[in-house]
Design a protein around this ligand. Structure first.
Ligand code: GLP
Length: 245
């Protein structure tokens, strides 16, 4: 895992957005798997500005949602689809049929997850991930196997507690559908984003614990082209991140 560490969140966001724009300009039809949560928002803001300034275009790209909460109304403010639209999709020139959402309202949720998984080929060109306080990536919670496909998952207690803030306290999802660890690791390139002091403990775990199911983000250590982009608050006094063996 490569590490890119920035003194401030603005410098972090500028750099990640520049990298995003460069990647999309180099491969306009890139298949992108994108996260929600609060972490990527400053990056999305800058990427949207680049589209407005005609420095980049999404018109040939494909965007796949990383995960989605189940058991809440489709238009609830904290749904991943709603958050990604609000943060990025509504502000860029991505054709509607190139935006792939996850259907959690289907009668057969497992079949819906399998159908989404089947659309993830060929592999993503770029996957961007946030990280949960418990080390989850997407909704791959602790215990997720390295070869897990896209599937319905029960959320960990702390993920449920944390998710309430996305919904303004009106909903408390207990499950979701997530792109699995297997298709995430198949991505040509992965960027793990982490900012703020609240992410420092889990990044410390990432630096010291062995690769395995208790810390799903640790699987990224075995990916051949993964970069952690962090600000100094999330990665205090640390220039490198070693893999524990
Ligand atoms: C959420 C999402 C993840 C997200 C992570 C961090 O539960 N399922 O995809 O990356 O937790 O969220 P935040 O960026 O708001 O800290």
């Amino acid at each position: 895992m490569m590490i890119a560490r920035f003194p401030t969140i603005d410098e972090w966001a500028d750099h990640v957005a520049d990298q995003f724009v460069a990647l999309l300009n180099a491969k306009p039809n890139a298949r992108l798997c994108l996260p929600t949560g609060n972490t990527p928002l400053p990056v999305y803001e800058r990427v949207a500005a680049a589209v407005r300034d005609r420095r980049v275009s999404f018109c040939e790209a494909e965007v796949f949602l990383l995960d989605e909460f189940g058991g809440v109304p489709a238009d609830a403010a904290g749904r991943c689809d709603v958050m990604l639209r609000r943060g990025l999709i509504d502000h860029v020139d991505l054709p509607e049929d190139r935006y792939h959402r996850i259907d959690t309202h289907a009668g057969d949720v497992d079949a819906s997850a399998r159908a989404y998984d089947a659309r993830l080929h060929p592999a993503f060109d770029l996957t961007i991930l946030g990280i949960g306080a418990n080390g989850h990536i997407g909704m791959n919670e602790p215990g997720a196997p390295v070869d897990s496909p896209t599937r319905r998952v029960d959320l960990a207690q702390e993920t449920m507690d944390g998710a309430e803030r996305y919904f303004g306290g009106t909903h408390r999802p207990t499950w979701g559908i997530t792109v699995g660890v297997k298709p995430l690791l198949a991505s040509r390139e992965v960027w793990l984003l982490a900012t703020g002091v609240s992410k420092a403990p889990v990044l410390q775990r990432l630096a010291t614990e062995p690769v395995g199911p208790p810390l799903p983000a640790s699987y990224l250590h075995v990916h051949p082209n993964c970069t952690l982009f962090a600000d100094a608050a999330a990665l205090p006094g640390r220039a490198t991140l070693e893999v524990a063996t």
